[in-house]
Design a protein around this ligand. Structure first.
Ligand code: BJW
Length: 228
């Protein structure tokens, strides 16, 4: 990585798979046999808030039983040592990157351990269960919802991500199926801005053909190999 100064790293569910966090799609995935739109849409939250809250309460509780793996730790070491710009953009709503020590990190699809006021959009740290109807402490009136970006909602910090892609020398995508936009389009944005692009994934993703290079294998092997 001698000529590379600025890095953008996109991570998806695959980086947390070896920590025991289920991915979404494919065999054994969270959504196997389920219709995604029953859970991950504003309409689902309006129609059956108890179901949506139960789904995220269970995922939040499960966070206490998992630990960052070798791949999270390798990225945290890279963050600590890297002299140039570096940004880890995670689609994951778990907290394994920060628990491993990554500092230059943003959660574009929200966070399990945060709650969002459905009206005033105040975000507040939240652990434990989130009962439907719990009031937002900031405004004292409106209901809190899981701080999760549902389909049809705008992911967080898109301007900051675009700015990082615009100055990146290398864009690396780790453990994501490339099925969900806008994250799936970052490889094209990075290429447009002149960055080299590398994919690290267990298997070919929807967008593999868009990368300069794809390396296949588990993140726990590929990420430390790439960094060393
Ligand atoms: C390993 C491994 C190991 C396993 N090592 N690897 C038509 C065309 C284009 C776009 C759209 C369209 N129709 C609708 C849209 C937009 C929509 C979208 O993309 N839909 C697609 C289904 C087509 N996107 C949106 O709605 C987004 N918002 C948006 O576009 O706003 C713009 C806008 C708004 C308003 C008005 C107008 C415009 C929002 C997307 C929100 C996504 N939210 C979710 C759920 C919340 C989080 C949660 O519940 O936890 O985020 S969906 C879900 O998918 C989750 C993930 O972050 C996301 C991506 O999944 P990921 O991480 O890639 O996981 P998997 O399971 O898919 O893949 C795992 C990969 O790991 C696999 O490849 C494995 O091989 C690999 N792997 N083990 C390495 N050990």
């Amino acid at each position: 990585m001698t000529d590379i100064r600025n890095l953008v790293i996109l991570t998806g569910a695959g980086i947390s798979a070896e920590s025991g966090v289920a991915t979404f799609r494919g065999p054994g995935g969270l959504w196997e046999g389920h219709r995604v739109e029953r859970i991950c849409t504003p309409q689902a939250l309006a129609d059956d808030p108890a179901l949506v809250h139960r789904f995220y309460d269970a995922r939040r509780a499960a966070l206490a039983t998992v630990e960052p793996n070798i791949a999270h730790h390798a990225l945290a070491r890279l963050d600590a040592a890297w002299p140039g710009d570096l940004l880890v953009v995670t689609q994951n709503v778990d907290n394994l990157h920060e628990r491993a020590g990554s500092g230059r990190l943003l959660h574009m699809h929200g966070e399990l351990r945060s709650a969002l006021c459905a009206i005033c959009e105040h975000r507040t740290p939240h652990d434990g269960d989130l009962p439907p109807g719990a009031a937002c402490p900031a405004c004292g009136a409106h209901a809190l919802r899981p701080d999760i970006v549902f389909f049809g909602e705008m992911p967080y910090q898109m301007d900051r991500i675009e700015a990082a892609l615009a100055t990146a020398d290398l864009f690396v995508s780790i453990g994501t199926s490339g099925a969900v936009y806008p994250a799936a389009g970052f490889v094209q944005r990075a290429t447009h801005y002149g960055a080299a692009t590398l994919e690290l994934n267990l298997e070919h993703s929807a967008g593999s053909g868009l990368f300069d290079e794809t390396r296949l294998g588990p993140a726990s092997t590929l990420v430390p190999e790439w960094i060393n």
